[in-house]
Design a protein around this ligand. Structure first.
Ligand SMILES: Cc1cc2nc3c(=O)[nH]c(=O)nc-3n(C[C@H](O)[C@H](O)[C@H](O)COP(=O)(O)OP(=O)(O)OC[C@H]3O[C@@H](n4cnc5c(N)ncnc54)[C@H](O)[C@@H]3O)c2cc1C
Length: 369
């Protein structure tokens, strides 16, 4: 099989890259190992992201207008989302929609698994398994969008990213009208736990997904169990799935004609663990670089748009998630309407200029001292 671009992985990063490439007339084959895969995920995404990327609201959605913070000492802070909303999507349906948009643009989408790189000379030769049968795909470029445990990264001998381990589950008996972030070292040291309403409904209450982020090396079941206890949920109601959230460093962007996108490049926002939007944008930027045949463009586009924002969030993560008193401080600062408004603007409208980022930093400086 021959194609100009092979995209490995049909999640948000891969499907967006394939759609953008195909729309500009480039021949593209996307291989996804499981077209019915439902990635463990809260599914929260700013509505502006769908508008920006031209994604119709076709799949099941929950519209959320409030962010709720719960502090280690159980203080509760509700932040209204002015000027935007969060959509909670069902990942199985959402990823499938993104792949169907890629297909409509002209990409070939196959249920197949990338299993190794045979050659990188002149053209790339990849081994893929279709119905378990090995085939060779030759391509000029490869976009690795195969997630946090990227086989492509491993095939190239590039270390997998560091990660926060998560345990999460659907809980039918729980309902919420907000995206809730729960802080406290008792259940989520240096991280947070969450309760998100579910897009696909469930039980009589609509159901929620609940989860906990646990730094690598800690006993995940112990901490998740403590969070469930805090929510009064019995372990019998839970079917926990473990998954990694990669920790952003800076790149990698590409290794020759192989470009990394989304979780395979660890492009998840520090502090919030927001990855769907950034996966889609990195897929789009990687595609732009291929279209213009200027691979360095990928890193440039990404850095220009997101680097300052990622650095800022990593700094805030260090300040507020370090310990319980840091998390309590977060509440004091977020109690102020001007901080709430500035934060929500920044979060919901991803196109914030450098100037507004700077005024945001100054706002935090003012309240931290
Ligand atoms: C518990 C949890 C909750 C989260 N909640 C949110 C949230 O609310 N909002 C948010 O924005 N982000 C959230 N994230 C992060 C978000 O899920 C990811 O950042 C996002 O899915 C990354 O998209 P991706 O396309 O890069 O990778 P993925 O979504 O992981 O997609 C990779 C795809 O590649 C396929 N694949 C893997 N290996 C191969 C192979 N060898 N051959 C072919 N196909 C392959 C997989 O089947 C998969 O479909 C959460 C993450 C976790 C773990």
């Amino acid at each position: 099989m021959r194609t100009q671009v092979l995209v490995v992985g049909g999640g948000p990063a891969g499907a967006t890259a394939a759609r953008r490439l195909a729309a500009s007339g480039i021949e593209v084959v996307l291989v996804e190992r499981d077209l019915c895969h439902r990635k463990p995920c809260g599914g929260g995404i700013a509505s502006s992201a769908l508008e920006e990327l031209g994604i119709p609201r076709k799949t099941p959605l929950r519209v959320v207008n409030t962010i709720r913070f719960v502090s280690p000492s159980s203080r509760v802070l509700d932040i209204p989302l002015k000027g935007g909303e969060i959509l909670v999507v069902d990942r199985k349906a959402f990823d499938s929609l993104l792949r169907s948009l890629a297909r409509s643009a002209g990409a070939e989408v196959l249920e197949a698994e990338f299993s190794g790189l045979l050659s990188r000379e002149k053209r790339l030769k990849s081994r893929v398994l279709i119905n378990g049968k090995p085939e060779v795909v030759e391509s000029d470029y490869l976009i690795a969008a195969d997630g946090v445990n990227s086989r492509v990264r491993s095939a190239l001998g590039i270390k997998l990213p560091g990660y926060v381990f998560t345990l999460s589950s659907s809980v039918d008996s729980l309902s919420s009208d907000a995206c809730e972030f729960w802080f406290g070292s008792e259940h989520a040291p240096s991280s947070y736990s969450w309760v998100f309403p579910r897009a696909d409904g469930g039980g009589s209450t609509g159901g929620c997904s609940v989860g906990t982020g646990i730094s690598a090396g800690r006993d995940a079941r112990l901490f998740f169990g403590r969070f469930l206890k805090r929510l009064n949920i019995s372990p019998q109601e839970v079917n926990a799935r473990g998954y990694k959230v990669p920790l952003w460093k800076n790149g990698p962007y590409n290794e020759g004609k192989i470009l990394f996108a989304g979780d395979a490049a660890a492009q998840v926002m520090p502090f919030t663990y927001e990855g769907i939007y950034y996966a889609m944008k990195s897929g789009e930027f990687a595609a732009e670089a291929v279209i213009s045949n200027r691979l360095s463009l990928y890193g440039k586009l990404w850095r220009r748009r997101f680097l300052s924002r990622f650095r800022l969030m990593r700094t805030l993560e260090g300040v507020f998630l370090r310990n319980d008193s840091g998390a309590e401080k977060l509440f004091d600062i977020f109690g102020r309407p001007e901080v709430q408004e500035a934060s929500m603007r920044l979060w919901l409208r991803k196109d914030a200029s450098r100037g507004s980022l700077l005024s945001y930093i100054n706002l935090f400086r003012k309240f931290l001292h």
